[in-house]
Design a protein around this ligand. Sequence first.
Ligand SMILES: Nc1ncnc2c1ncn2[C@@H]1O[C@H](COP(=O)(O)OP(=O)(O)OP(=O)(O)O)[C@@H](O)[C@H]1O
Ligand SMILES: [Mg+2]
Length: 265
Amino acid sequence: MEIILDVTDLHIEFHDHDQPEVAVEDFDLMLGRGEIVGIVGESGSGKSMSALAIAGLLNRKSLTKSGRIMFNGTDLLTCDRNILRSYQGDEISIIFQEPMTSLNPVKRIGWQVEESLFIHHPEISKAVRKEMAIKTLYSVGLSDAEKVYRMYPHELSGGMRQRVMIAAAMIGNPKILIADEPTTALDVTVQAQIVELLKKLNRERKTSIIFISHDLSLVSQLCERVIVMQKGNIVESGKTKKVFKRPGNIYTKRLIAAIPKIELR
Ligand SMILES: Nc1ncnc2c1ncn2[C@@H]1O[C@H](COP(=O)(O)OP(=O)(O)OP(=O)(O)O)[C@@H](O)[C@H]1O
Ligand SMILES: [Mg+2]
């Protein structure tokens, strides 16, 4: 399998207080093209920090990062900011839990979906941009794409908003989509629909996906491979089926024991 992302020894530390606080330690991740990898672990285990680092969104002064995040022959941790920006939202996209806070309430959906094209591909004309946005909205299951294009975020349901976020993330046809608890704020039916949508995008476009969730049942439905984190460290990783059926680590066992058996396939 072609490896498109190779993270080694990622270490993230905060320096807001007297003592440095380690958020992520020795994080490794090799992501193949078209692969879907899950990251699970209790709250505060470092899932989001690892994801944000890969997305190039950890730029605070009070924070140190080390290790390597190799993408396209470039180390995203040390590369020029302009190179990093050229990837962000285009080659590597990220979506979050609450689409309402990620969407701008006073801008129409069309504008938000097109934004990354506007930034990364200014050569594309306005008309073509619109055409691409409507096509992408349609491809994420918003069948009334032309209408949605003209709407504002508050006019949509939570599930539709998350689809809009996915459209905005997918319009540049990224190689990697990072989804940080994308379904947590949604009801069970809509959660399942979003997971189906991610599967479809992965199948049709070969997009690699990093899926972060507390929902081990969704992870087992979507992810071929899973990483289990605890207190900033990876405590276990491997094929999802194997890890969830025969966890080798006591912490993973406890995570699994906390959910009803029937939900794990
Ligand atoms: N500004 C900060 N200063 C110090 N430590 C921080 C700061 N922000 C986050 N952390 C620490 O980084 C660690 C990892 O946090 P992270 O957000 O990655 O957890 P998570 O696994 O995504 O949790 P959740 O499941 O709740 O989203 C936590 O221990 C947290 O306390
Ligand atoms: Mg998080």
